[in-house]
Structures are given as structure tokens and as C-alpha cells.
Design a protein around this ligand. Sequence first.
Ligand SMILES: C[S@@+](CC[C@H](N)C(=O)[O-])C[C@H]1O[C@@H](n2cnc3c(N)ncnc32)[C@H](O)[C@@H]1O
Length: 344
Amino acid sequence: MTTATHIPVLLKETLEALAIQPGGRYVDCTAGGGGHAEAILQKSAPGGQLLGLDADPEAVVAAWARLSHFGAAALIVNDNFVSLESVCLGNDFAPVNGVLFDLGMSSLQLSESGRGFSFKHGAPLDMRFNPAQPVSAEDIVNCWSEADLARIIYEYGEEPHSRGIARMIVRSRPLLTTDELASVVERVVPSRGRIHPATRTFQALRIAVNQELDHLASALEQAVSVLGHGGRLVVISYHSLEDRIVKDFMRREAVSCVCPPGLPQCVCHHQPRLRIINRQVIIPTPAEEYANARSRSAKMRVAERIVSGDVRQEDAVRLKNPAGKGRPGGRRRPEKLRVVFNSN
Ligand SMILES: C[S@@+](CC[C@H](N)C(=O)[O-])C[C@H]1O[C@@H](n2cnc3c(N)ncnc32)[C@H](O)[C@@H]1O
């Protein structure tokens, strides 16, 4: 029985940032429980369309349950957003008016998936968003070298006790459950007030298992490619490693020269593809933080596609009037809502 619900974070701000228009087309790269997706479809009616992706087949089922009443306006695909461009092109869903990433895990995955995302719930050491992925947290914890474990715990968890934790993990093998791993970490890391000693180690393992940072960097590139002229890129992140990738990506895409400093003249011929919409990162209000503890670390960044080098000019022109005759993409959507499970 489901006891937890996932409350969409920064919902009002997300809808504003996406500049939702009736008849617009949007991609939700992290459909999760469908909270943001549902609000996007409501606001883009009449005629709005949404393509939702999620790597987790259980999340896809949950999103589908929530969105089925939108019929043909919604298409949910079980795939990793590292395949964003091919999923969009394969479904004739580009260019689009907006792309949303709401990164990390949903409350349901944390508390009820039984896949070991949280040290608070005893479960097998898994942490894969998609159980079909080849490498689980158990493989990493039990098979990687001490040096590699220390490296990921330091780099992805920003954990100062990474070497001691890695040493203790190797000595305590085999480790099969979240409880076992958490108690090993507790033997090395002193208590840090409200933050559990294992928080950073669990974050590091989850990032490594799902290759989260590499996939994010690749997906941001692809998002720019599928955005039409004037389309919005909105990213909500939950830790500094993700936020740094998003910030650096948007900054680089917003400048007209990326030459190393000191060159007498520009040789890179870099073309800006984004305009940054919010110079200051957007964070939840105190009221939202109070109502939804999960929102506390959220940071939203927003940018707008400013040139249309990757999409056909005729499509970019159509995007300016998405509800009108020249709907982006041209072809009609299928009559019924579809759920697609791609192998990944
Ligand atoms: C914070 S939840 C999204 C919640 C959603 N916005 C809502 O309102 O219900 C993040 C979701 O992204 C999915 N996810 C994380 N990394 C992914 C990736 N690389 N590709 C596809 N989905 C991913 C997770 O499975 C999870 O369901």
C-alpha cells in the first residue's frame, strides 16, 4: 500500500519559468509521480502536449495513472534522459516549447521502492533507477577497489572521511543491505547533528550507480537541441554537484566567446544558444520548505533558447504560435495516451 506521496517542488515557479502557453509542447525528463507533468498539461490546454520520460518503470506506471485522463495529449516513455534527443525524434516530438528536469529521486523511491535509496529503510543495496541497469550499489560496494570507492565517496559525496569509509567497507565485506552499509559508515563518521553520517556516502553511491552527472551533462546538450526558438530549459537540482553542472552549462551556452583568457582575439567562434532568465537561483519560499521538507535543498535555473541552429527554421517560426495552424512538429499525435517501455 502506498503511504507516501510525492509533492512537486517549486511547482508555481516551474510553470512560470516554462512560460507555458496553450497548445505548447513540453518534455518532462523526470516524470516521476506526474505532479509537474499534470500541472503542465492543465496549463497548456487546450492543445498542449507533454512527453514524459522516467528511467524507473514503477514511476512510469505512477505517472501514467495520474495522466491517463489527458488522453492523446500525454506520452510517457520509460527511458533514461541520456536518450532525450532520440526519444523526442523517434516520437516526432521536436522542436518543443520547454524542457524540464526535476532531478534526483521521488519521495516514493526514497521510502517505498525497496531499492535501497535511503539508509532509513532496510533494503537490499540496489539504488538503480531502472532495475534493468547492469550495475547496482551492491556490485560497487563489494567489488570495487578501496581506492575507487574512496574516490567516488569523495567526489560524488563530498565526504571528508571518504578514505576511512572505503577502508571500513572493504574490511566488512560482504555488505548486502542498507542497514549494514549505514552501520559501517557510522563506525567511521562522527555524528553531524541532524544530518545522518551515511547521507553523503549514500548520495555518492546513487550517483555512481546511475552515472547521474555524466547523464545530466549529456542531456542538457540534447535539451538545447530539441528546444525551439524561445523555448525554455528549466532545471531543479538538489545538491551542489548537479547545480554546478547546470550553472556552468547555462553560462557557457550564454556567452559569445569561450576562448582561454589572455588570447589577443577570439578564435573559438562560439555561438550562444541560451539566454539566462534568472541570474539568481530560484529557491523555495519558507512556506514551501515548511510544508515539504524535500524542497529544502532545491535550486532552480532557467534559460531560453535564443538561436535555432539545431532545429529547422520553419519549425522555429511555428513555435511562436503553438496553438495556431502550424503546430510544431506538424504531424498529429496518436489518438490514445501511450506508455512506452524502452529497454535501457
Ligand atoms: C524528483 S523525481 C520527479 C518528480 C516529478 N517531477 C513529480 O512531480 O512527480 C525525479 C525522477 O527522475 C527520475 N530520474 C532520475 N534520473 C533520471 C534519468 N537519468 N533519466 C530518466 N529519469 C530519471 C527518477 O526515477 C525519479 O522518478
